[in-house]
Structures are given as structure tokens and as C-alpha cells.
Write a protein that binds this ligand. Structure first.
Ligand SMILES: CSCCC(=O)C(=O)COP(=O)(O)O
Ligand SMILES: [Mg+2]
Length: 228
């Protein structure tokens, strides 16, 4: 195996449970989104993402109410829209700061990330959640503030997670040849794209999911099972 110099990890389904995102974060944002847009809709960064959402949907002359309904529908569909993710991140900030929740991590994740860091590996995140949302996630995790462990964060402004070009851009940004990078994810199409770009891959298949009979990528039950 070629030397691994840096690890790029997905969040949902990889470091953390899908249930936490679906049952805690999404409903929190869904409930507060209408009031958030009404109250903060004139802030330039909010205006920018509302405009981007309308553009993505092909809505011309959409009212604020139209955009709110559009975004609520996208939350329900778990659409990986960059605009939606940016707005969700702004709303989640209040919940983290108020102590309404802490980001879930699978039990071995924090210790294993610390060990990889102590071994000299650089750690990065690549998630559909916005970069500010990722930073909040690890700052307010169940295992404390893990932010200092990470050298950088990537979201869908770098590109879609199922496209090889996104991983090529990440490799370039971190200054490593792709073969020295290991991408961790629970989604096989993301791993396919990373491999196409030259990354090494690790497929996290957490209990109680069945192990695939003929996996296209090295499969691991948890971070402790990953060796290189
Ligand atoms: C920054 S955590 C929020 C999770 C989220 O919104 C999401 O879509 C997670 O997708 P991932 O790419 O981490 O599977
Ligand atoms: Mg995932």
C-alpha cells in the first residue's frame, strides 16, 4: 500500500450517525427556517444563498415565501444543495451555542482521529454540510472540541461528492498526490469518485448494516479497523 499522508473524512454515516443528522439537525433547521429567513433575510450572506437557491430551482421573481417553501421541501428530500446547506449551517449555530445538542460521534472516532494526528497524518473533512457547519459540528462534538485536529474542510463548493473532479481539487488544495490520500465514506458512489481521482478508499459499513457480499472498496466496521 502506498504511504498515507492525509485522511479526508465524510461526516454523516462515517464519523457520525445518519440518525443524528436526520432526527436532530434537520428538524431543528426545518422548524426555525421560516423565522430565520424573515428575520435575517436582508443580511448579505443570507440574501446571497436565498438567491442561489432560487437560481438552482429556476425560480424567476420568487417571493421570500416561495423560497422558504422550496427550502423546506429540500430539507424533506435531503437535497444536497449548497445553498440549503449554507443556510442550515447558520441556523444550527444557534442550537450548538445554546447547548440544545452536541454533534454525535461514533465511540471510537475521537480517539482514532487523535491517534492519526499524533502519528503525523493531516486530517480533512469533506461533507455536503457547509464548511461553517462542519466546523461547528466538530467544535461542539460529544467528545469535546475536535476542531484543532483538522487542517481543513471542504464542502460542495469544491464540487459534488460523486464527481472525481472534486477529489482532484481536494488533492491539489492539500498539496498531495491523490495516492497518498485516504478517503473515508459510507457511500460507495463517493468512494468510486475518489478512487477514480486516484485516492485510496475506506468504506465504513456500520453495525447493524449488512456487509456487502462483493465490496468494491475495503470495508470497515469502524475507524479502529482501518489500518495502513
Ligand atoms: C456538517 S454536518 C451536516 C450534515 C449534512 O447536512 C449532510 O448533508 C451530511 O452529508 P455528508 O456528506 O457528511 O454525508
Ligand atoms: Mg456520508
Amino acid at each position: 500500500m502506498t504511504e498515507i499522508r492525509a485522511i479526508v473524512t465524510d461526516i454523516e454515516g462515517t464519523t457520525s450517525s445518519i440518525d443524528f443528522v436526520r432526527d436532530v439537525l434537520f428538524p431543528y433547521a426545518r422548524k426555525r427556517l421560516p423565522a430565520f429567513v424573515e428575520t435575517h433575510g436582508d443580511r448579505p450572506e443570507v440574501q446571497h444563498w436565498l438567491h442561489e437557491a432560487a437560481r438552482e430551482a429556476g425560480l424567476i421573481e420568487a417571493s421570500r415565501q416561495d423560497i422558504i417553501e422550496l427550502l423546506l421541501g429540500w430539507i424533506d428530500q435531503d437535497r444536497k444543495s449548497t445553498a440549503l446547506k449554507a443556510l442550515q449551517g447558520m441556523i444550527w449555530k444557534d442550537g450548538y451555542e445554546a447547548g440544545d445538542y452536541r454533534a454525535h460521534l461514533y465511540p471510537e472516532v475521537a480517539a482514532r482521529l487523535r491517534q492519526w494526528r499524533a502519528d503525523g497524518l493531516r486530517l480533512y473533512v469533506y461533507s455536503s454540510g457547509s464548511v461553517p457547519a462542519q466546523q461547528l459540528f466538530f467544535r461542539y462534538s460529544e467528545a469535546g472540541d475536535l476542531g484543532p485536529l483538522f487542517a481543513g474542510y471542504f464542502d460542495t463548493e469544491t464540487g459534488a461528492k460523486r464527481e472525481a473532479g472534486s477529489y482532484r481539487r481536494i488533492a491539489e488544495a492539500v498539496g498531495e498526490q491523490p495516492q497518498h490520500l485516504l478517503f473515508l465514506s459510507d457511500i460507495v458512489e463517493e468512494l468510486d469518485a475518489a478512487r477514480e481521482a486516484g485516492f485510496q478508499t475506506a468504506w465504513l459499513v456500520r453495525e447493524p448494516q449488512a456487509l456487502p457480499a462483493t465490496p468494491r472498496h475495503p470495508v470497515h466496521r469502524d475507524f479502529d479497523a482501518i489500518s495502513f
